[in-house]
Design a protein around this ligand. Structure first.
Ligand SMILES: NC(=O)c1ccc[n+]([C@@H]2O[C@H](COP(=O)([O-])OP(=O)(O)OC[C@H]3O[C@@H](n4cnc5c(N)ncnc54)[C@H](OP(=O)(O)O)[C@@H]3O)[C@@H](O)[C@H]2O)c1
Length: 248
């Protein structure tokens, strides 16, 4: 499958590291112009930007949980980059704890960063895309949003929420040729999974039918597909990129 996104503007949240960085890199190889969004790690964002292929990319420091910041910055992105074709809502955090030890701020941080951010960013993207009568939005959820996981009730709720949100907006905007889909990764190599012990990783691998932890590029490939015309008749769906860990 050959992808050609020449001169398309792709906004990727959480593109300074891990999966978001791989998504940005893969899009840049197809001629797209990337808006690399990050929260705090300026050095990582600069490195990610420098490693992109092609030209015309820019980085933006935006806390995607902050609706005002998203509103102002997305208007800037659109005017500075000359368009707004695809949005990948990828930024996410974990703050794990069993329920009785989970503080209200742990709950709020994860829900706001992972779920409210998707509302904030999608609202602005849809506003731009409605005028163009085209666009594709991909929301990165997680296998944990489908299965649940002890110690991750906040994360699971945020990721399950993304799936319901995506289906609802997919119906709202389908007549305008705007598509929204989710990708639900299983366990993928990144800073988020590097913190697991070898023992924890081996336990996970034993449960994965394809027998390994996934690569960020595996998620990126699914993203390219969901933004391309190869998926023109697909909306409101969740594509599982998990080595067979969960099948629905
Ligand atoms: N890794 C996995 O196994 C896995 C599995 C399933 C789903 N996922 C999902 O995939 C996505 C990416 O995960 P990852 O493993 O690549 O994570 P990661 O390596 O920890 O990177 C997280 C990214 O999100 C950004 N970010 C965090 N809070 C933000 C905020 N408030 N505003 C803007 N950006 C923010 C970070 O920016 P800074 O660099 O500035 O901090 C960073 O670029 C997440 O949504 C995660 O839940 C991951």
């Amino acid at each position: 499958m050959n992808f050609n996104f020449a001169d398309k503007v792709v906004v990727v949240t959480g593109a300074s590291r891990g999966i978001g960085k791989a998504i940005a890199q893969n899009f840049s190889k197809t001629g797209a112009k990337l808006a690399v969004i990050y929260n705090s790690n300026e050095e990582a964002a600069e490195k990610s930007l420098k490693e992109l292929s092609g030209s015309g990319h820019k980085k933006y420091k935006i806390n995607v949980a902050d609706s005002k910041a998203v509103e102002e910055s997305f208007e800037r992105i659109k005017s500075e980059m000359g368009g707004f074709h695809f949005l990948i809502n990828n930024a996410g955090v974990t703050q794990d704890q069993i329920l009785l030890r989970m503080k209200e701020e742990d709950w709020d941080k994860v829900i706001q960063t992972n779920l409210k951010s998707v509302f904030n960013c999608t609202k602005m993207a849809v506003k731009f895309m409605l005028k163009e009568r085209t666009g594709s939005i991909v929301n990165i959820t997680s296998v944990i949003g489908q299965t649940g996981n002890a110690g991750q009730s906040n994360y699971a709720a945020s990721k399950a929420g993304i799936i319901g949100f995506t289906k609802s907006i997919a119906v709202e905007v389908a007549s305008r040729n705007i598509r929204l889909n989710c990708i639900a990764p299983g366990f993928i190599k990144s800073d988020m999974t590097d913190s697991l012990t070898e023992e924890q990783k081996n336990k996970i691998i034993q449960k994965v039918p394809l027998g390994s932890i996934g690569e960020p590029d595996d998620v990126a490939a699914a993203c390219l597909f969901l933004c391309s015309d190869f998926s023109r008749y697909i909306t409101g769906q969740t594509l599982n990129v998990n080595g067979g860990l969960y099948m629905n």
